[in-house]
Design a protein around this ligand. Structure first.
Ligand SMILES: [Zn+2]
Length: 305
């Protein structure tokens, strides 16, 4: 599957207008849920939707700016939306939630602010607030990380996505897929394939992982250190990473309640959620194919939910 987008030199503005043109020709609604205003320029945040049906799936991508396979998956947005429509599922897509990171091919935003995937906090029995409870330790309650009582400063991209998500009809959302890429060099040098963050309903989601296995190897029983203890330099490039991290299970799944966008959807009662990962050494078209397999699989499950 070739992508007509020349991703190497592709700017966010080019991506944005290409996707808007495709959305218009496919009869989809294209709108901006916010605009990032930096001295370096303005970056509208794109939302695509088709809301004909009661059941809804949300697909998001490129929260980490260097993980371009997510945004490029929407090169196929006509196919994605018609697949959902044929199964009587509405779809909302956020193709690139970190435009300045996309432009620079860096993990965080133009200010190198971490916290772009910061969506909730767990209040522990001792009153402290943490964003990561591993596979699920006891907590008293959870809050959006933008809750005023926490006094948390979030990157502008994340603030605007919080505001947008709070407007969604959560009772209708039956599935959510957040598309990532594992671009950590140490990991990619020794691994090639895909894995996924899955919080529950493993048995129902496992067939999707096996389908993706027809595209690239599934990283079963593999330690994932990427994204833990990450340090970036002044240019936004990742220079250090933890040597410890969780292991995938026999399905290639990691269970991690880490306050991410997926974790938020899970806590809000969305039955089927996934964060899809392909290693950075997987050819782009194969990463896109894995992403499409997961998006279709989540739509199929949502249609039956
Ligand atoms: Zn990521």
């Amino acid at each position: 599957m070739a992508t007509s987008l020349d991703y190497q030199g592709l700017s966010y503005q080019q991506l944005l207008w290409s996707l808007i043109a495709k959305a218009c020709s496919a009869g989809l609604k294209a709108e901006f849920y916010g605009v990032l205003r930096y001295p370096e320029g303005e970056f509208p945040l794109l939302k695509l939707s088709s809301m004909e049906h009661e059941r809804l799936v949300v697909v998001s991508a490129n929260i980490h700016g260097d993980e371009v396979a997510g945004a490029l998956t929407f090169e196929h947005l006509g196919d994605i939306f018609s697949y959902a429509d044929a199964r009587k599922v509405s779809l909302i897509a956020y193709p690139c939630t970190n435009p300045t990171g996309f432009d620079r091919r860096i993990r965080y935003n133009i200010r190198n602010e971490m916290g772009n995937n910061d969506f909730l906090r767990y209040i522990l029995p001792d009153g402290s607030a943490v964003d990561d409870i591993g596979e699920g330790r006891d907590f008293v309650e959870w809050k959006w990380s933008s809750d005023a009582s926490l006094g948390q400063k979030l990157p502008l991209e994340t603030q605007l996505l919080h505001e947008e998500l709070k407007r969604l009809p959560f009772g209708c959302i039956k599935g959510a897929a957040d598309l990532h890429q594992d671009c950590f060099l140490d990991f990619c040098a020794t691994h090639y394939g895909s894995y996924a963050y899955v919080l529950d309903k493993k048995e129902e989601l496992a067939p999707i992982a096996r389908q993706a296995e027809g595209i690239v190897p599934l990283l079963r029983n593999t330690q994932i250190t990427s994204g833990y203890g990450t340090v970036v330099d002044e240019n936004g490039q990742v220079i250090a990473n933890s040597s410890i991290g969780p292991w995938t299970d026999g399905h290639g799944f990691v269970k991690r309640h880490d306050g991410s966008l997926q974790d938020l959807f899970h806590r809000l009662g969305v039955p089927y959620t996934v964060t899809v990962e392909t290693t950075g050494n997987v050819p782009l078209e194969k990463s896109v194919a894995v992403n499409l397999a997961w998006v279709r699989g989540i739509i199929d499950l949502a249609a039956r939910a």
